[in-house]
Design a protein. Sequence first.
Length: 321
Amino acid sequence: MSEHSSKPVAVVTGGAGFLGSHLSDRLLAEGYRVVCVDNLITGSMSNVGHLQKNPDYTFIRQDVTQELDVKGPVNLVFHFASPASPIDYLELPIQTLKVGALGTHKTLGLARAKQARFLLASTSEVYGDPLVHPQPETYWGNVNPIGPRGVYDEAKRFAEAMTMAYHRYHGVDTRIVRIFNTYGPRMRPNDGRVVPAFIVQALRNEPMTVFGDGRQTRSFCYVSDLIEGIYALARSSHHEPVNIGNPSEMTILQFAEKIRTLCGSSSEIVHKPLPVDDPKIRQPNIQKAKSLLGWEPRMDLEHGLSLTIEYFRNLIRAGKV
């Protein structure tokens, strides 16, 4: 990266992850220089291989819970580093808590030192197993702090509290996005989330695993729509949390059947016990994003799923799954 470039600089923690890599693409396209910070605990260099020769892109392999030093000016800090799927944060509970607490502290400190705008990637999981439906930003949530999922839920709730404290006490220019279920290319095939799990099982004609009776609901936002919303929020002047997600809700069983059809699969659907504290409903209220940002999702579910299925089909053909 050129030290003398006049382009604005964005630091993206977790920049080699699913969302962080797509965000980096968008920022580079918008004329930013991008500094990616990732320890590759769940991220992958394959997500950013296409960026390695870009003179405006720098990769730093580092744990963001350690002291973060980025040379030169920084205009934006996006804190996206965190294990983000149940299989990850159940295997990495301490790391998940640390990146939510210490990692948020370090990245806020960087933003303060550089007088940069800060955007926290929070999550719909701050609402827990919600008693209000759909979930607006004003809902405080129904979270079990000592359950197995609590390490992720509470890490993100703490990160939001820390972000607002830095905004109020230190005057840091902060944003908080609450991300709902997102899918698209670059998801990890084995990360335990429903989209890659169903697609890989369907493409292999293996049994598709539905937990519980499958009547729990989710709503799925395509990654390009999500990144558009995040970029719009970063450019806005709103400091409090904003939901970004697709309000089109369906049951997990309906979702499994749709993927099976799109894959042309002969997979049977099998049921396994529901994990502890698995939310029964999940749907964003996006009125705030619509009114503040003029944003709403545009990608049709079938088209988005077809693009994602093709990505996983190519991985399977290449023997990478």
